[in-house]
Design a protein around this ligand. Sequence first.
Ligand SMILES: Nc1nc2c(ncn2[C@@H]2O[C@H](COP(=O)(O)OP(=O)(O)OP(=O)(O)O)[C@@H](O)[C@H]2O)c(=O)[nH]1
Ligand SMILES: [Mg+2]
Length: 182
Amino acid sequence: MPTFFTTIYHWFAGLFFSKHAEISVVGLQASGKTSFVNVLGSGQWSEDVVPTVAFNLRRVRKGNVTLRIWDVAGQPKFRSMWERYCNGVDAIVFVVDSSDKEKFDTARFELHGLISHPHLGGVPLLVLGNKSDVDGHATVEELIAALHLTKIKNRPVSCYSCSMRNSHNLDIIIQWLSERGH
Ligand SMILES: Nc1nc2c(ncn2[C@@H]2O[C@H](COP(=O)(O)OP(=O)(O)OP(=O)(O)O)[C@@H](O)[C@H]2O)c(=O)[nH]1
Ligand SMILES: [Mg+2]
């Protein structure tokens, strides 16, 4: 059981050593952005997630890093908002439904359109191939090829396969996000 002094110590340590990162989560509708933010924030997985209207802002603490996460809607009418919510962030997370290969061309078009904005140059990009629990999902190599990720030269790019349903690769994603803290 923590003593009074260890509690005070952790409180002080949190004050002086805490870091912050601002993250924007974008991607086509139903790729699993809100599920990702929910699982990250509270470990809560649900089949029934309401499609996001506009955006949600969520604050998530991981270790000594506080993440301010913009979960932006993915339906076509909301995609023009992505650029605004990516402005000034420490990282962009682009979520793809890796089991829905018919949407890869649209995902590539939207991703490259977004990162072509000059003021977003240099912002680290994390591409998540979500729904790896679904049979026939694309591998990381297939996603890298389909989304032309090797053509992106003006920023660090990472790509992981993951599943919000079974938390596959959640630990390395949290690690990646925490490293954006400053
Ligand atoms: N099988 C499986 N289903 C998932 C996974 N992640 C999300 N889903 C499901 O996919 C559907 C859409 O998830 P959301 O999190 O609402 O997707 P979104 O990207 O936020 O969608 P918008 O808000 O409309 O842009 C929901 O039915 C989720 O339960 C996953 O890892 N595996
Ligand atoms: Mg959503």
